[in-house]
Ligand binder design. Structure first.
Ligand code: ZN
Length: 892
């Protein structure tokens, strides 16, 4: 796998050898200095021997792993937290064995994926042959490889955890034989016992993590830094088992490091925040990036007293004054998660609070479709490693709204108070009503600076929202909030085992965003259906455009196909296209994933589909999944679907492994379509007219059934032969059926009025004849988006029509989605009075404005190009790298 790796290109390497050693816990101890734009301090890593070395037996490489799984199952069914960890159960059965390394090496000669060696690390290119040689000889030092870039590593040292008083109790079970290794073994034994403490002792565990992180060093370790990695070794130590299990790395970040952005907030005050993808936290602290490395963390962060430190932590930290002008903030988590999900933001944020007590209780009472009975069957079966899980906590299971806080720069507080603050409990409650127990115990929502490159980002305990969601009512803000809240389940509590399968989190979040938002608004069933059809049409149009205008390779949801989830022997892998700048602005993964889930939902039926989602959450929370985990579970629940030809393989073929828009939708995608299709066939076949009539009366399947009886064919063969071409409609045609939806029809009506108005204005020429009053209907924000998109398809719209349009809908004051279409209209028709709106959009809505630059350039209009250059010059410094790169390519 590494042989294809060229880190200079678009693929992102995940170098950490997680199969050799796994980080279980990070202790960060950092100072944030805004003057030098540097974060400096240390990180302490608590490690476990990796799965490939955890007692490899001669009978087979996964011998221990399967015992491990068995043990888990037995324990899970027995219920209760046995105070023995999984790993210790495992290791007690099979002694740690130095020879395991050699054993593995032999096996690896046939392993094409190869293994990391000293040389290959330095060059970033693998060669399976020489690495195996090295392992076979067994005389090279073991290398711990961490993902790391743009960091100045100052010192790496072994931590003397045995020097911490109280840790003796962790060594009672130590079986020490080799006297020369005694102390090192003792330390590793302590770490092992510490990282595997049962979950009910988490407080004690945190306490000792803190103490151990401050223990004295006991010897510096050798290290080298490469472009993408930090390699650590200890002279003479050849196996992960003997390698120190507690390390302290002293380091500092670089101002240009790509994990954090140093910028100013909307009130002009300095701040710094983590960017998330593509490189996540590797320029913030050396870590193991592969998602399989689930770990917990704690962090103490010191900075000037005027700043607030927000972080992925389950406690809402209160700052402690350390010395004049310096405060310290301490956060921790007890649920193991990928290091990539760690998030921090430091700035002069203000907490937004309700300035008056609302007359109505914001916690609206939803009927809960997922009653406790829904979960009763699953209560005992958490499938994850031990941690204090909320799904096992009766009080947590009943909590509809978790505690939340909102932070924003001073100048946006009022704006946040108006909508956002009220929306959070509504959306949290809607999410709970849909999926059940909140996986996280609390939530901070932060309005991030204007250069944040997307509308939102979800991390454990913290959501970043772009300021673009704030203006123009609650619709955009609410939907986005619902989307990010959905990530608590899909993306965080359940993570993708392979990062290339981001559709799993994005598809689900997009699908659930509609479900949550409908509940939050307390819509009736019909309203919900109408709004969701409108949304489907908008998304389908977006998908169609994106598929036409993007590289085919980037449209595949499972680019690694059957090798998805595979890593090399060491645990390293690469993320295909992980560094491609334009990918960040693509929504194919959101949209295709959404349409797949939507199509499954319609096939299975809304209620049982949501029940399946809840079951999936219950089964897989705290774990990593691949596409097939979800699909198999879903299809298991509904065997009749399998009989009709819906299989995991067919879903891979039609949806996940191909570019473009799925060629076929599932049979009977839309019951109305089906009846229509059946009647049209009936007509073609010149069936008796009463049959056609019946088809229109009888709902969905009955019509088909009737028709098949009429044709004296079995239903299956009838569907297969006669209706095949009719019902297996391309998604493209399904777009046509959404046009019949009520809200869409209403938009079409308004569009007709506008086109007539435009014609009348054109005919009236220059003279400003008083026009007949046209009454335009009030439209929902999504309807307005569609209206403007339809009008964008018109060749010419007069300036006066545009002026009237702006005035009618007060487009200035609408949400960013609407204003974006308005700006497109302004650019397309060179409507000069609207240029101010375009400029404002490019300045304030940077997360969405990237493509407007392209449109400003495309017209080859001097004034527009000048506008593009001017805006880019003003924003470039603050823009994130990917956005700046994409825009620069458009402009120069
Ligand atoms: Zn659990």
């Amino acid at each position: 796998m590494e042989t294809q790796l060229d880190p200079m290109k678009d693929d992102l390497p995940l170098m950490a050898n997680t199969n050799h050693m796994l980080v279980k816990h990070y202790v960060l101890d950092l100072d944030v200095d805004f003057k030098s734009q540097v974060i400096e301090g240390f990180v302490v890593l608590f490690l476990e021997t990796g799965s490939r070395y955890r007692g490899v037996s001669s009978t087979g490489e996964e011998g221990c792993q399967s015992q491990f799984d068995e043990t888990c199952k037995i324990r899970a069914s027995e219920q209760g937290h046995v105070p023995v960890s999984n790993a210790s159960v495992c290791s007690s059965k099979t002694e740690y064995n130095d020879f395991a390394v050699c054993g593995k090496g032999e096996k690896d000669t046939s392993d094409k994926n190869g293994n990391h060696s000293n040389e290959e690390q330095a060059s970033g290119i693998s060669s399976s042959k020489n690495c195996c040689d090295i392992e076979n000889h067994g005389n090279e030092d073991f290398l711990l490889v961490l993902d790391c870039c743009d960091l100045s590593v100052l010192k790496v040292e072994e931590v003397d955890v045995a020097a911490v008083s109280g840790t003796e109790k962790f060594t009672r079970s130590a079986k020490l034989t080799d006297v020369s290794k005694e102390l090192a073994n003792l330390r590793n034994q302590i770490v092992h016992e510490l990282v595997t403490l049962p979950s009910d002792r988490w407080k004690e565990q945190l306490y000792y993590y803190t103490c151990c992180s401050q223990a004295p060093g006991c010897g510096e370790l050798l290290f080298t830094t490469g472009t993408w990695s930090l390699e650590i070794r200890k002279s003479g130590i050849q196996t992960p088992t003997d390698f120190p299990h507690a390390l302290r790395i002293w380091y500092k970040t670089k101002p240009e490091g790509r994990s954090v952005t140093w910028t100013t907030d909307q009130s002009g005050r300095p701040c710094v925040y983590t960017m998330g993808s593509p490189i996540n936290n590797r320029a913030l602290f050396p870590c193991q990036e592969p998602p399989i490395a689930l770990s917990t963390w704690q962090a103490s962060v010191r900075t000037a007293a005027s700043f607030v430190v927000l972080m992925s932590g389950e406690n809402s930290a209160e700052p402690v004054q350390l010395q004049e002008g310096i405060k310290s903030w301490y956060y921790y988590v007890t649920m193991p998660m990928p290091a990539s999900t760690f998030t921090i933001a430091v700035g002069c944020w203000q907490e937004v609070k309700q300035s008056f007590t609302p007359a109505v209780q914001t916690n609206n009472e939803f009927s809960l479709p997922c009653s406790q009975a829904d979960f009763r069957g699953h209560e005992e079966s958490c499938g994850h490693v031990e941690y204090p899980c909320r799904f096992q906590n009766p009080a947590a299971r009943l909590q509809r709204v978790i505690p939340y806080r909102v932070f924003a720069p001073w100048c946006l507080m009022k704006c946040c108070e108006e909508h956002l603050l009220q929306l959070i409990p509504q959306c949290l409650s809607a999410a709970y009503a849909t999926l059940g127990t909140h996986p996280f115990s609390r939530l901070d929502v932060l309005i991030v600076p204007s250069n944040f490159s997307s509308l939102g980002m979800a991390s454990p305990h913290i959501i970043f929202l772009s300021q673009s969601v704030l203006p123009g009512g609650s619709h955009l803000c609410g939907t986005r909030l619902c989307h990010e809240i959905a990530h608590a389940w899909f993306g965080l509590a359940i993570g993708a085992r392979d990062w290339t399968e981001e559709w799993i989190s994005e598809g689900f979040a997009t699908f659930l965003e509609d479900v949550f938002w409908a509940r939050a608004q307390q819509l009736s069933h019909d309203e919900e259906k109408a709004q969701q059809e409108l949304k489907a049409l908008l998304r389908w149009r977006r998908l169609r455009d994106e598929v036409q205008n993007s590289e085919e390779e980037l449209q595949v949801l499972r680019p690694n196909k059957e090798s998805t989830g595979e890593v090399s022997e060491s645990g390293a892998s690469i993320v295909k296209h992980g560094l491609k700048a334009e990918k960040i602005f693509m929504q194919v993964h959101y949209l295709k994933g959404y349409f797949l889930l939507r199509s499954l939902a319609r096939r299975i039926g809304g209620a049982s589909y949501l029940a399946s989602l809840r079951k999936f959450v219950y089964k897989f929370h705290g774990q990593l999944v691949l596409s097939q985990d979800f699909l198999s579970m879903l299809l298991e629940d509904i065997p009749e679907q399998r009989e009709s030809g819906l299989t995991v393989e067919s879903i891979f073929t039609n949806w996940l492994d191909t570019s473009g828009i799925p060629k076929v939708l599932f049979l009977i995608e839309n019951s109305i379509d089906c009846t229509t299709a059946a009647s049209s066939i009936a007509q073609k076949l010149k069936l008796h007219s009463y049959c056609c009539k019946m088809l229109n009366w009888l709902p969905e399947m009955k019509g088909i059934l009737l028709l098949s009886i009429a044709l004296k064919m079995s239903l299956a063969s009838f569907l297969q032969s006669t209706l095949k071409s009719q019902i297996r409609k391309p998604l493209l045609e399904e777009g046509e059926t959404w046009k019949e939806s009520r809200l869409v029809q209403q938009v079409s009506g308004e569009v007709t009025k506008w086109i007539r108005t435009n014609q009348r204005i054109r005919k009236s020429g220059k003279k400003k004849r008083r026009q007949d009053e046209v009454i335009f209907q009030k439209l929902l924000p999504d309807q307005l988006v569609l209206l403007l998109e339809y009008l964008l398809e018109e060749k010419t719209l007069c300036p006066r029509t545009l002026q009237c349009l702006e005035k009618t809908y007060k487009l200035h004051d609408q949400d960013a989605e609407v204003r974006h279409r308005w700006c497109e209209l302004v650019v397309k028709h060179k409507y000069v009075p609207g240029y101010g709106d375009v400029e404002k959009f490019l300045r304030e809505d940077q997360a969405m404005g990237v493509y407007l630059y392209g449109e400003l350039m495309v017209n080859e209009d001097a004034k527009q190009q000048e506008l593009a250059y001017k805006c880019f010059a003003a924003a470039r410094e603050q823009m994130d790298m990917s956005s700046a790169k994409v825009v620069a390519e458009m402009l120069f």
